[in-house]
Write a protein that binds this ligand. Structure first.
Ligand SMILES: CC(C)(COP(=O)(O)OP(=O)(O)OC[C@H]1O[C@@H](n2cnc3c(N)ncnc32)[C@H](O)[C@@H]1OP(=O)(O)O)[C@@H](O)C(=O)NCCC(=O)NCCS
Length: 164
């Protein structure tokens, strides 16, 4: 566990996975999902790297990574319930009112395929609430994941690519 501020969430994942819940946390028994605004940049970097998403994120630019965390509106982590090991992260920009752009959804390779990506997305949706659209751009390798979890496609999306 890092020393960052860890704010447990109230949201459940799938009801079938919900083994323990109180007013301020959800613990599936093996994974705890929580809002973590002070996530350590080194831990963020590590999970990006271990997930594979680091190949298209500025892993070698620590100030830029730090700014990504500092300026994010919503950072949700998945940690192993027992020892607090970081398993995954979802970082979003949102106004908590109308829209939410989910920029990074990353699960360490050793923890992929266990429902954590689905859980992080569910937690993000719960935290922004039902009035808010959650929008993201999928990398080609993750398209099957979003299809599998039933996330609707946005037919007309437009974007200006960043130049670096
Ligand atoms: C994509 C990613 C977030 C998915 O997280 P995960 O924890 O491995 O996924 P889950 O275990 O929650 O998967 C939910 C379902 O989707 C399926 N699935 C997961 N990844 C898949 C993929 N790439 N293609 C097709 N199906 C996939 C799982 O088998 C599971 O199916 P099930 O409900 O029948 O068991 C994770 O693999 C990852 O971090 N990948 C690298 C980074 C990345 O591509 N992020 C997305 C950026 S847009």
């Amino acid at each position: 566990m890092t020393t960052s501020r860890f704010v447990p969430c109230t949201a459940p994942m799938a009801a079938t996975e919900q083994l323990g819940q109180s007013a301020d946390m959800t613990d599936t028994g093996s994974v705890r999902y929580a809002r973590e605004p002070g996530l350590d940049v080194g831990a963020f970097r590590r999970v990006l790297d271990e997930s594979g998403l680091g190949a298209i994120r500025p892993l070698n630019d620590a100030p830029r990574l730090q700014q990504m965390l500092d300026q994010a509106d919503l950072v949700v982590t998945a940690r192993r319930s027992g020892n607090g090991d970081l398993l995954g992260v979802a970082r979003s920009i949102t106004d908590f009112s109308w829209c939410c752009y989910l920029s990074e959804l990353a699960v360490s390779k050793s923890a992929q395929g266990l429902g954590i990506g689905r859980g992080l997305l569910a937690e993000t949706r719960r935290l922004v609430g039902p009035a808010v659209s959650v929008i993201l751009g999928a990398v080609p390798q993750s398209v099957g994941f979003y299809e599998k979890i039933g996330m609707p496609r946005m037919p007309d999306a437009f974007w200006y690519r960043r130049e670096h």
